[in-house]
Design a protein around this ligand. Structure first.
Ligand code: SF4
Length: 695
């Protein structure tokens, strides 16, 4: 068989892959040399995708209460349970919790069913945990959720600042592109992270910032920009509101306070500010260390403020650049997969937007307000508000903060359905009905990566046993609920073309999404579709936004926001004196349901661990490689001690991946409180108070 061009299953870089099934049943994986995200490069996770394709642990048949069933019985039961809940308790008594791993077509029909036909906005996604604060930051600054940069900017920047991002491990191919640019044009790299990571090792400067110090740091940068006369007054005059208020708030923090809030010395601050000001072509990349915080949205706007004040946005080699964690977090945002959005970047609070979406779908009803965001959604399960829940393609009993409480909340719901490719996870064991879905390599659709590039995922393996594609399962349930006509899609390209036609609403409403040239796409054209980046231009000449203004606000001007640092940055107490920081390791992915199947990937990090500073380990009599109990008010886990000065004194780092299937007490998010950014609803997964002791 010849190779099939598809897209990697893992991160938001969105690398092109060529998958070639072999006569012995294995699949050869290579980077696609013609894909603009990676030009042939792959990281370890992408390279070893072929080792993850066995059907050994797969969910292969519909199950009802633990007994093998059939599709008709399973979807009929689901329709009946959802209809009963809606009839007896109203549409807001049901909820979907979906995933940035879904393909855009799956996401689109799930959102259409919940918002357009069930009539509730209670559909939220694990992308809430990943980048909801960036969405808020973009909307507040630009009027819409637009990422201004492209990957090409990384190769044309003179300075790349990586904030709260271990790019070398979490987005390795982008990091490789940056290192290649450093080699050829001497690009400077500055890494801002409380922990010294692989990314810090390869940077020219590492700023070991205090957790929670980012707003202060970037307000200080704004001050320094003004003091150095480095603002772009013409750009501000023509395109930006809010400069005076933003600078006045930034001025309220003295240098002493700034050093205290950031934990950085005056020399470190001066070196960073000078580098940022002196290099006009600067890209500031930010990731989960920025987003996963109680003030994540303010951090995003503090960064964007500096780019707006200098006009360093949308021009080659410049801009603020949010890098998404999941393969299709961006596609989910495009089709309205968050509970506070409508499809096509339209606003749920806007009556006019609601009307045009309802008209387009010929929908009986549309919710008039935002639905429950992830943390609130599971709180609604615990309180009894949610009577019927459908979890699709995600594992919240591991990945949500207060994960033990979330598992109990799911158990508390009258009826729970879970669609997954894996038979046994911490979440599937809580379901009344299990729906076997197809996985990577078996399904077809599209994903959008961090630079707004839409790529095809193409199937090259048959769907095993009774598995169905997620979009088919959702359409089957919709049909059983009486809405068959609106969900009569036969192929993913049917869905994509409806979705592309829908983006005309976005264009007509003065928003940024416009895929209408794909509205009539047929199966053959869809199958041949090359990666495309929006805004769609015939020659794809310049796909950056905002170099000449044109923001999506009512006056077409951007907003700088007055954002103040939080005065009480500390989360610790006498009882819980350590700050826990969570994150990924290089070769595992989320809750390991895929990556743990690869023996090669498991050799990098074999078990859950806690990085502990040597002084703290000595004080607590913790020996290298011993087991440590790590506790918070919400739970406890047992981890292997990795004693290293890569973490600061008083801090612990632990990876998020391991589940109770791999180690009885290693679900790290059982420790994390559900404190959220008030604007985005994104939980503070990067900063929890814990205590540690020898086990
Ligand atoms: Fe896959 Fe991300 Fe690695 Fe690219 S960088 S191969 S998308 S995991």
């Amino acid at each position: 068989m010849t190779g099939v061009r598809t897209t990697c299953a893992y991160c938001g870089v969105g690398c092109g892959v060529i998958a070639t099934p072999q006569p012995d049943g294995s699949v050869d994986i290579k980077g696609d040399p013609n894909h603009p995200a990676n030009y042939g490069r792959l990281c370890a996770k992408g390279t070893n995708l072929g080792e993850t394709l066995s059907t050994e642990d797969r969910l292969l048949h519909p199950m009802i209460n633990g007994v093998q069933s059939d599709w008709d019985s399973a979807t009929s039961l689901m329709a009946e349970k959802f209809q009963t809940a809606i009839r007896e308790h109203g549409p807001d008594s049901v909820a979907f919790y979906v995933s940035g791993q879904l393909l855009t077509e799956d996401y689109y029909v799930a959102n259409k069913l919940m918002k357009g036909f069930i009539g509730s906005a209670n559909i939220d996604t694990n992308s809430r945990l990943c980048m909801a604060s960036s969405v808020v930051g973009h909307k507040r600054a630009f009027g819409t959720d637009t990422v201004p940069c492209t990957y090409e900017d990384l190769e044309n920047a003179d300075l790349i600042v990586l904030v709260g991002s271990n790019l070398a491990w979490c987005h390795p191919v982008l990091h490789q592109r940056i290192l290649a640019a450093k080699e050829t044009r001497g690009t400077q790299i500055i890494n801002i992270d409380p922990r010294r990571t692989a990314t810090s090792d390869l940077a020219d400067m590492h700023l070991g910032i205090k957790s929670g110090g980012d707003v202060a740091l970037f307000n200080g940068l704004l001050n320094a920009i003004v003091d150095a006369g480095a603002i772009d007054q013409d750009y501000i005059d023509q395109h930006v509101n809010g400069f005076d208020a933003a600078i006045s708030t930034a001025r309220e923090t003295s240098l002493d306070q700034l050093m205290n809030l950031t934990g950085l010395s005056g020399d470190e601050l001066t070196a960073f500010y000078s580098a940022w000001i002196e290099n006009k072509r600067v890209v500031t990349i930010y990731s989960q260390g920025v987003n996963q915080a109680r003030d994540g949205s303010d951090k995003v706007n503090a960064i964007i403020n500096c780019h707006l004040a200098t006009g360093r946005i949308g021009r080659i080699g410049m801009g603020p650049f949010s890098i998404t964690g999941q393969p299709n977090a961006m596609g989910g945002r495009e089709v309205g997969g968050l509970s506070n959005m409508l499809a096509a970047h339209l606003d749920i609070e806007n009556e006019n937007h609601r009307e045009i979406v309802a008209d387009f779908w010929n929908a009986p009803t549309l919710p008039t307000q935002a639905g429950l965001k992830a943390v609130d959604l599971f709180d609604g399960c615990a309180s009894g508000q949610i009577k019927a829940l459908w979890i699709i393609c995600t594992n919240p009993a591991v990945s949500m903060p207060r994960a033990n409480d979330v598992a109990a909340a799911i158990k508390n719901v009258d009826f729970v359905a879970v669609s997954d490719i894996i038979a046994k996870t911490d979440t599937t064991v809580l379901a009344d009905v299990l729906l076997p879905a197809t996985g990577w390599g078996e399904k077809d659709g599209t994903v959008t990566n961090s630079e707004r590039r839409i790529s095809r995922q193409r199937g090259f393996l048959p769907a095993p046993a009774d598995t169905k594609h997620d979009w088919q399962i959702i359409c089957d349930v919709a049909a059983k609920m009486g809405w068959g006509n609106a969900f009569a899609f036969k192929t993913p390209s049917d869905i994509f073309s409806e979705w592309a036609a829908m983006t005309k609403l976005s264009r007509d409403a003065g928003k940024d999404l416009d895929l209408t040239s794909y509205a009539m796409i047929n199966d053959v054209e869809y199958d041949a579709m090359e990666p495309i980046q929006w805004p769609i231009k015939s020659d794809q000449s310049d796909t950056r936004f905002f170099a000449n203004g044109g923001f999506y606000t009512s006056d077409a001007r951007a907003n700088m926001l007055a954002v103040a640092p939080q005065s009480n940055a500390s989360v610790t107490s006498i009882e819980y004196p350590f700050t826990l920081n969570t994150g990924r390791v290089r070769d595992h992915w989320h809750t390991m349901t895929r990556s743990a199947k690869s023996p090669t990937l498991s050799t990098h990090m074999g078990e859950p661990y806690a990085e502990i500073h040597p002084d703290d380990a000595r004080a607590l009599n913790i020996k290298p490689a011993s087991l440590v109990m790590t506790e918070s008010p919400h739970g406890s886990v047992i981890l292997r001690a990795l004693i290293t000065d890569r973490v600061q004194r008083g801090q612990i780092f632990a990876p998020l991946h391991w589940t109770s299937l791999w180690a009885s007490r290693a679900r790290i998010d059982t420790l994390v409180p559900s404190l959220c950014d008030p604007h985005s609803g994104q939980p503070e997964l990067k900063r929890a108070a814990v205590k540690i002791s020898p086990y």
